[in-house]
Design a protein around this ligand. Structure first.
Ligand code: PLP
Length: 395
């Protein structure tokens, strides 16, 4: 009998949960009205969107009118950074982000730099944790924006957002966090975190793809990036994606309800995996913080081998993982996250991210470790780098 494929790439995306799928279905075929329409069909759609907004606001401890639906984390990140830059450029043009942000932030920063904004990076340590003392030294009176992800998508490190927000606010800067990997997994109470803006995405939490949200604290100015109709309180044009919004809210409610239970279960899988890999595979390095880490994440660099070779080898054995971040795979550039953590290029090339989900089992984890051991040994035997180290032998 053919072995069932194993999916260890939940940080890239998750399967849509049955409950969200079922909740969404009528909004494709029966309740299909445009929420902007002034008739019964429109009103039914408005009701669904309002309920979804209320549910998400409640989970993150915000007011419903502080939640804006977007097409996902990428748009939310773009909007947060550009929207604040353009709304507050009279106060200053200095913006601070971490060097391990998602490409959605880094590419936006690059574009803003071309417009004349000054982008400065806070330092991170070898685990990827933001150096708060360094941040204090670079923040200025004309800093308008401080942005740091709540948890890193590649190495899973969880950042001290509350402390970063305090530093940002000490100079009157807007504090933004990208919580795409954190929402539904960690508590994302915007008041407790002290953030002014926060990005979220549906497809990382067993919701649909192509939907997300941006929390924007009331009172904050933010320019639009998608100009058009009157949707989202005139801030984000585009016909409302009602089925996706309904599915996103349903998935988020379930993730929030099951949060502690899933955290415990998935971290047990992760810890077992990490312990076995460290004990049984020589020359590996666990990237990111051991303690302040997303429950589902295990990111390893395998010395002497390219990440891609391990990825393909695992894929042949039916195990789906990611090399570096999903969004940068396909490029042969070393991971910008691992370089920022101070890893040499060789190790930054040889990294693999395993991200577990609530449907994974301990048996799958054990099988994966056995395959990794065998694959890594075989690839190293073929590796000129490994051979060049001459005396290195397996124990
Ligand atoms: N931010 C982080 C931290 C992510 O991990 C991702 C997706 O991988 C994004 C933003 C982009 O989100 P989306 O896929 O919804 O555009």
């Amino acid at each position: 009998m053919e072995k069932k494929p194993i999916y260890f790439d939940h940080a890239a995306t998750t399967p849509l949960c049955k409950e969200a799928f079922e909740k969404m279905t009528p909004y494709f075929t029966e309740i299909f009205g445009n929420p902007n329409s002034q008739h019964a069909y429109g009103r039914e759609s408005v009701k669904a969107v309002d309920e979804a907004r209320d549910a998400i606001a409640k989970i993150i401890n915000a007011k419903p009118n502080e939640v804006y639906f977007t097409s996902g984390g990428t748009e939310s990140d773009n909007w947060a950074m550009r929207g604040i830059a353009h709304a507050y450029m009279n106060k200053g043009k200095h913006m601070i982000i971490s060097p391990i942000e998602h490409a959605a932030m880094l590419a936006t920063a690059k574009a803003l730099k071309k417009e004349g904004f000054e982008i400065e990076f806070m330092k991170v340590d070898e685990d990827g944790l933001v150096d708060l003392e360094h941040l204090k030294t670079i923040i200025r009176d004309d800093t308008i924006f401080v942005g740091c992800m709540m948890a890193n998508n590649e190495v899973g490190t969880i950042e001290p957002i509350k402390e970063i927000a305090e530093i940002a606010h000490s100079k009157g800067a807007v504090m933004f966090t990208d919580a795409v990997q954190a929402a539904g997994v960690l508590k994302t109470d915007v008041k407790e975190l002290g953030v002014d803006m926060m990005s979220m995405s549906g497809h990382k939490i067993y919701g649909p793809k192509g939907i997300g949200a941006l929390y924007v604290r009331n009172g904050l100015k933010i320019d639009s990036i998608l100009t058009g109709g009157h949707q989202e309180r005139m801030k984000r044009g585009g016909t409302t994606n009602v089925p996706a919004i309904v599915g996103f809210a349903e998935a988020f409610k379930i993730a929030d309800r099951e949060r502690e239970e899933n955290f415990k279960y998935v971290s047990k899988l992760r810890d077992h995996f990490i312990e076995r890999v460290l004990a049984e595979v020589p020359f590996v390095k666990l990237n990111g913080s051991r303690e302040k880490r997303l429950p589902a994440n295990a990111d390893f660099s395998f010395k002497f081998i390219e990440g891609e070779s391990i990825l393909f080898s695992l894929d042949l054995a039916g195990i789906s993982v990611s090399s570096g971040s999903a969004c940068s795979s396909g490029s042969l550039e070393p991971s910008h996250v691992l370089l920022a953590l101070g890893l040499p290029e060789e190790l930054a090339h040889g990294s693999i991210r395993f991200s577990f989900g609530k449907h994974n089992t301990l048996e799958e984890v054990d099988y994966a470790v056995d395959v990794i051991k065998e694959s890594v040994q075989r690839l190293r035997e073929m590796s000129p780098l490994f051979k060049a180290e001459g005396e290195i032998k397996y124990v």
